[in-house]
Structures are given as C-alpha cells and as structure tokens.
Design a protein around this ligand. Structure first.
Ligand code: ADP
Length: 326
C-alpha cells in the first residue's frame, strides 16, 4: 500500500537544459495547490547528500518561467552511486519528512532515482530534461526545442558570412550519441550535408559531392556535424582540406550556447505540462515512472525502461537533404 505523499522534493540532475525552471515552477505550484509542502533540492543528488534542501513557496518560483538554466542548479554526484551516499541522502530527506521526489534530468538521473526508490520508501517521478531528445518513450524532452532553435539561429548567421566569402562551413552542434539537434537544425537551415552518429558517414560520398559542387562553382556549403560523429568538425575539415584543397573551409563549434537562453514557447509548455503531471502522479500513488508525451498524450514510462533512444533516420530525410541542397 503506497503511503500518501505530503511533502515532496524537486531537483535537477545531470546536464542542464532550457525549460528546467518552467518545470520547477510547475511542480512547486501544483504541489502547493494540492496542499503539499514542496522542497527544492540544490545541485541534484548532491543537495540530498549534503542536506542542502530549501522550502519553496509559490513566490520562490515567480519570474523564472522565461529563464534558462535552473534556479536549483544541477550537478553530477559521485556519492549517489554508492549505497552509503544514498543512505545519507535518504536520512536527510526523512529528517524533513519528504516522502516523494521529482527528478528532472536525463536517463542517468533516472537510473539514480530508480536505484534510490528501490532501496527506500520514497516514490520518484522523472521529468525528461535533456537537449538531446534521446530518451525512449517520449517524443519531447524539456530543452530540445530551445537548443535546436538556438542552433538554427546561429547557422543562419553563419550562412550569411559563408555566402559573402564563398566558403564551406562545417558547423558542429551538440549531441555526443544523438544526432537530433544536427538533423533538425541541418534540415531547417538547408545544410548540404548532415553527419550524425546514428548513420554511418560515407566520407567518400561527401567528398565527391563537394568536388562536384566545386566544379559547378557552388562554393557556399554548410555541413552540420553532431559532436559525437567520428572526430567531429575538426577531423572532417582536415579530410576535406586534403581532398578538396580548392575549397575555403572554416569550422564553427557552437558549444554551450545551445544549453542556455530563454526557453521557447514549446519548451515552456511541455515543462509546465510535464511538471503538473509529475505532481499528479505522486498524489495518485504512482511511483518510479517518468512523464513522457506521445501523440500529444501524457505517457508514464517505468524509470527502469529509461534508456537512450537510438533514432532510426529514415532514408527519406537523407534524400530530402540531398535533393534540396543541390
Ligand atoms: P544525465 O541525467 O544527464 O544522463 P548522468 O548520467 O551524469 O546525467 O547522471 C546524473 C547523476 O545521476 C549522476 O551524477 C549520479 O549522481 C546519478 N546516477 C546516474 N546513474 C546512477 C546509478 N546507476 N546509480 C546511482 N546514481 C546514479
């Protein structure tokens, strides 16, 4: 029999993503609406281990829906990997009477939440916060839309300068194991090539198409590369300089700007919706699931099924990229 939750904690863990503040706001205000006490845990699981836990009021989350980053900060916590660390974390929650937890983070943070709630009587609900959009069981993750729009804005600017100088630009976007940001931003900016970890790159084909474009005097080219792709942008630039020396090539690594900034309307909406449902879940007595959205419906997926999604890119997308960039 699940105990009724009365006091809940909310934390952000692992990599940050824009929209986390909107989700925190939703959790705090939905919790207070239902008469719960809500606590903010600072710096992910570290705040649980170090007892850095603050009571949140409705006003604590005023004026944050539009802010990037997270007011609770986020961190990676080594101690939480150990049973001793998790025991200390549990004691600290227990001291405050916290009997439900909402964890915003990626699949790693969900694994931590799952392990913790298997060991102790504290139900955990996950909210998928990652710019990589690579968690199976949800079509949306908090932060992806902002990150991809930041990339699009930056790539549009790069195209202007590429065009002015007739240059080839290789733009590296975030995504160590996931190519969603590269795929979506590349298609939306009319990139000539998109290289992602999920699809084996045929480097000879890339070179051949650049050589052919050079012959036709099509010198402005954008290639969008996910950081996880073999060697990233620098390696690709080296290969291209060797094989097509006539092309003036520049590299631009977008880096951490993709994590920051004011969340888009879409990210604020999904963060608000998911945050609201996380609290509803705890009240209904659900535990150890994360909140996803599929076909515009809320989906609850067991935390232990939170795995990195390997996307299958249909050849149709790759055909579209190739045909539209000629
Ligand atoms: P993300 O949530 O972005 O995937 P990580 O994989 O770095 O990020 O995980 C974030 C934190 O979650 C870790 O620093 C650790 O504190 C906790 N965590 C991850 N995996 C486990 C695990 N198997 N057991 C306990 N804690 C874990």
């Amino acid at each position: 029999m699940t105990k009724k939750v009365t006091k809940i904690g909310v934390l952000c863990s692992g990599g940050d993503s824009p929209g986390m503040n909107a989700a925190i706001r939703a959790v705090v205000r939905t919790g207070i609406y239902h008469g719960l006490e809500v606590y903010g845990v600072m710096r992910g699981y570290s705040g649980m281990v170090e007892d850095d836990i603050v009571k949140m009021e409705s006003r604590s989350v005023a004026n944050i829906i539009q802010r990037g980053g997270t007011i609770l900060k986020t961190a990676r916590c080594k101690e939480f990997y150990t049973p001793e660390g998790r025991q200390i974390a549990y004691n600290n929650l227990k001291k405050k009477g916290i009997n439900g937890l909402v964890v915003l983070g990626g699949d790693g943070s969900f694994k931590g939440a799952q392990t913790f709630s298997n060991e102790f009587d504290i139900p955990c609900i996950g909210l998928p916060g990652t710019i990589d959009k690579d968690i199976a069981g949800t079509e949306f993750t908090i932060g992806f839309d902002t990150a991809v729009n930041t990339a699009v804005e930056a790539i549009d600017k790069i195209r202007d300068t590429a065009d002015a100088h007739d240059r080839l630009f290789i733009i590296e976007v975030m995504g160590r194991d996931a190519g969603y940001i590269a795929l979506h931003s590349g298609i939306a900016t009319g990139a000539e090539n998109i290289l992602i970890p999920e699809k084996k790159t045929d480097i000879d084909r890339v070179i051949k198409s650049l050589q052919e474009k050079e012959k036709r005097k099509k010198l402005v080219n954008l290639i969008v590369v996910a950081e996880g792709e073999d060697g990233g942008a620098d390696q690709l630039a080296k290969t291209i300089k060797e094989k097509v020396p006539g092309l003036e090539t520049r590299v631009c690594i977008l880096g951490h700007i993709q994590r920051g900034g004011s969340p888009t309307c879409m990210d604020r909406l999904i963060a608000s919706r998911m945050g609201y449902h996380a609290v509803e879940c705890l009240i209904e007595g659900r535990h150890n699931v994360f909140v996803g959205i599929v076909n515009n419906r809320i989906n609850y997926i067991p935390l232990n099924e939170a795995v990195k999604k390997k996307q299958r890119i249909s050849d149709e997308w790759m055909d579209i990229v190739r045909i539209l960039s000629t």
